[in-house]
Design a protein around this ligand. Structure first.
Ligand SMILES: Nc1nc2c(ncn2[C@@H]2O[C@H](COP(=O)(O)OP(=O)(O)OP(=O)(O)O)[C@@H](O)[C@H]2O)c(=O)[nH]1
Ligand SMILES: [Mg+2]
Length: 308
């Protein structure tokens, strides 16, 4: 039986036009093997079909960065960190190598491993880098939100968030930024595991299935047409964020990704997905736990069924 507020696969076509991820809103895969990106939002069944990711060598650094699209838009990249001392130095280097025109804000929650201290020291040598410190571990969602508010307060055109653990490789930055510009311009560009050309490396089958299931769940309950609704590698146009009441966001943790897409859809956002290969972290430890996962499922349920 369908849940109140949920809708059946045949109702996808009833979504307002601007919320549907039309095929032309998918950019071509930036990787060597180009696969046609076709978004059929009329069926839920294909949501759970695993696209076959192209073979790619996993390295932290990549030899020949493609420069980011030349553009005048001011972009703030935000990275939330909690105990990412092993990853952050190389990540900062790689971000500026692939996207030299961006500014970078690290939002650190008083990491016991000294991530914040390293960042402060690095910021004295790198004017594009800033570090914001919070008192303790306050959740990934609130950290991303703090980054969005910083971008709004400082007049940036785009705010692009990514994880610190190299699951979101900086080599995709140029493609994601280009996806914002390509006509018709997008309000949100999503680094997506679940469009053709995208994929996941290094996750056990159980985690892959869980991620797929959460995506199906969120798409159904929240009427989201993006294939990857739970990933954090995304760029937002700040003019879109101005239309969203950021203070009303309920999510503290991982459901932030689904919730902000839901709010963006309701604000009439145009979304575009860019294929990425998501690589499991090789350094540092995971911060997600079962309590956070249960809380995320509950928030999505509440938003979908009660609308708040
Ligand atoms: N500031 C801040 N950052 C956080 C918090 N929780 C997680 N993060 C960061 O958010 C990003 C994603 O967290 P991960 O632990 O990688 O979560 P995940 O990607 O779902 O899980 P794994 O890849 O398995 O580790 C990383 O950059 C973390 O350091 C938090 O409470 N505060
Ligand atoms: Mg991670």
């Amino acid at each position: 039986m369908a849940l109140p507020g949920a809708f059946s696969p045949s109702q996808w076509s009833l979504l307002p036009e601007e919320t549907v991820l039309a095929p032309e809103l998918c950019v071509e895969p930036p990787l060597t093997s180009r696969a046609e990106v076709a978004l059929d939002v009329n069926t839920m069944a294909d949501l759970c079909d695993s696209p076959v990711p192209p073979k790619e060598t996993r390295t932290m650094t990549s030899p020949a960065p493609k420069p980011a699209a030349k553009k005048s838009a001011r972009t703030l990249v935000t990275v939330a960190t909690y105990n990412e001392r092993e990853n952050l130095p190389l990540l900062v280097e790689e971000i500026f190598r692939h996207a030299p025109d961006v500014d970078l804000l690290v939002i650190d929650d008083n990491s016991p491993d000294g991530t914040g201290a390293w960042c402060d020291e690095a910021a004295t040598r790198e004017p594009r880098l800033k570090c914001r410190h919070r008192t303790g571990k306050l959740g990934l969602g609130t950290a991303i939100l703090a980054g969005m508010k910083h971008a709004l307060e400082h007049g940036y055109d785009y705010v692009l968030n990514m994880d610190a653990d190299f699951s979101h490789h900086p080599r995709y930055l140029p493609a994601i930024l280009e996806a914002m510009e390509k006509q018709p311009a997008a309000d949100v560009a999503i680094g997506s595991r679940y469009v053709a050309g995208g994929g996941v490396e290094g996750w056990p089958l159980k985690r892959q299935l869980m991620s797929r299931a959460v995506n199906c769940y969120a798409r159904w309950l929240l009427w989201l047409s993006a294939r990857d609704c739970s990933g954090a590698y995304r760029c937002y146009r700040t003019s879109l964020l101005k239309k969203i009441d950021l203070d009303a966001v309920r999510s503290r943790g991982y459901s932030f990704q689904e919730e902000i897409l839901w709010r963006a859809r309701r604000a009439g956002a145009r979304m575009r997905e860019v294929p990425i290969i998501f690589a499991d972290r090789t350094r540092g430890t995971s911060k997600i736990n079962s309590r956070e996962a249960r809380e995320a499922l509950w928030v999505i349920f509440r938003l979908g069924v009660f609308g708040r």
